[in-house]
Unconditional design. Structure first.
Length: 260
């Protein structure tokens, strides 16, 4: 396979994912325009519409990409069919702790103040949203759909051509860029490295899916508890506890055999 063919092969999952997202936004925009007369999905009258767009394109992406994921299993390696509950629990705990620690570090360095656009995006994503829609989109469908693309397909394809280190960092960088703002790029790219390493270690996509879901759930919980973003839940002694938990859990996964 030529170099350009390999590049196209690696980029296909991401490009198709973005096209599906654009089509979903277009469909929902047209429906809203017909029903309400509003064209802007960010209008206060259409507060829940961005979540509905997410629900639509995540669902369609899972339906559309599943056959390509199965083909990739034949091309590269098969996922493990069973993973112990202990591994899943520790993956969830590791990613939740890592996610909250990343938030703490970003705010400690005032990164969101340097890029104020993030605050508006965060407010639109969480404030006043229906909790059930938010959980369905962010904790269930987003981890399933995004992990299918970024770890299940993009990571495996890059890994087959360039090796594990390049696959870890390039898939994580793509995951960060996909979030389309600097603050979330830093958060998602660093979390993406952890998710890729979990996938490489366990060879089970359900592991990064659960970890991703736990990190998103922790963010929703922090918002619902009304803990200010400028003073996140993980501070001071809690930061030390989070770091200790992360070190212990990384050691656990370092000893975990992917064939167990």
């Amino acid at each position: 396979m030529s170099r350009w063919a390999k590049i196209r092969d690696c980029l296909y999952p991401l490009i198709s994912f973005l096209l599906i997202m654009a089509m979903a936004a277009m469909v929902v925009s047209m429906i809203c325009a017909v029903v309400t007369g509003e064209y802007d999905l960010n209008s206060p009258k259409l507060k829940a519409m961005p979540l509905l767009v997410n629900l639509l394109y995540y669902s369609f992406n899972l339906f559309y990409q599943r056959k390509y994921f199965r083909q990739d299993e034949e091309r590269f390696f098969h996922d493990r069919k069973r993973v112990s509950p202990t591994v899943l629990f520790f993956a969830a705990l590791l990613c939740a702790c890592a996610g909250e620690l990343l938030v703490s570090v970003l705010y400690a360095f005032d990164i969101p103040k340097v890029f104020p656009r993030y605050s508006g995006l965060a407010a639109a994503s969480f404030e006043g949203q229906n909790l059930f829609l938010l959980i369905a989109a962010s904790v269930i469908l987003a981890p399933l759909s995004e992990e299918l693309i970024f770890r299940g397909m993009l990571y495996r394809r890059i890994r087959s051509y360039l090796g594990v280190p390049a696959a870890v960092f390039l898939s994580a960088a793509a995951f960060g860029i996909y979030h389309a703002n600097v603050v979330q790029f830093l958060y998602a790219a660093l979390l993406g490295i952890l998710l890729a390493l979990l996938y490489e270690k366990t060879r089970a996509l359900i592991v990064p899916v659960i970890g991703h879901a736990a990190a998103n759930a922790a963010e929703i919980l922090r918002d619902r508890l009304e803990i200010p973003a400028a003073a996140p839940a993980v501070t001071g002694a809690e930061s030390a506890a989070a770091v200790l938990a992360i070190v212990i859990l990384l050691h656990y996964f370092g000893k975990t055999d992917k064939n167990e």
